[in-house]
Design a binder for this molecule. Structure first.
Ligand code: SF4
Ligand code: SF4
Length: 145
């Protein structure tokens, strides 16, 4: 009797499993063939920070106030600038982010009055060493032209 019971429960669970598979098969596809296909990240997604572009000048909007560097609790940001003849204020020369220490807390973005930095939508980072995650954000902005 136990033998037939086992056959019955085994067959039943097989059909239950097949029923679920068939039901799921006809539902809309929610996954993508990554990395051949990628999705658009949501507006609130936080990737590493990046410099934003000034649409009037095509350059960055940073005034080298250093507030983001001071606000960062993890010491991820290094900002340097210099005075140039004929230019009001300082010109940004270095904007380095050590993403290995970043907690994506957003303190830097919140502290930046000219909105010169924002979170990127970069979610598929990969690199062979820690150094690969130390970003020259000024160079990245220039490369995106
Ligand atoms: S998000 Fe937070 S931890 Fe990351 S760089 Fe900005 S202030 Fe630092
Ligand atoms: S990114 Fe913003 S907060 Fe940081 S130095 Fe530039 S202007 Fe100041």
């Amino acid at each position: 009797m136990a033998y037939f019971n086992e056959i019955f429960t085994g067959t039943k669970s097989l059909f239950v499993g097949l029923g679920i598979t068939i039901k799921e098969f006809f539902k809309p596809v929610v996954t993508v063939q990554y990395p051949h296909e990628t999705i658009t990240m949501s507006a609130r997604f936080r990737g590493h920070i990046e410099l934003t572009r000034d649409l009037d000048t095509g350059g960055n909007k940073c005034i080298v106030c250093g507030m983001c560097q001071k606000a960062c609790p993890s010491g991820c940001i290094t900002v340097e600038g210099e005075k140039r003849e004929g230019v009001k204020g300082k010109v940004l020369t270095v904007y380095r982010l050590d993403f290995t220490k970043c907690s994506l807390c957003g303190m830097c973005v919140e502290s930046c009055k000219p909105s010169a930095i924002d979170f990127s939508k970069d979610y598929n980072l990969a690199g062979p060493s820690r150094e690969a995650y130390v970003f020259d954000l000024l160079k990245r902005l220039e490369e995106q032209r």
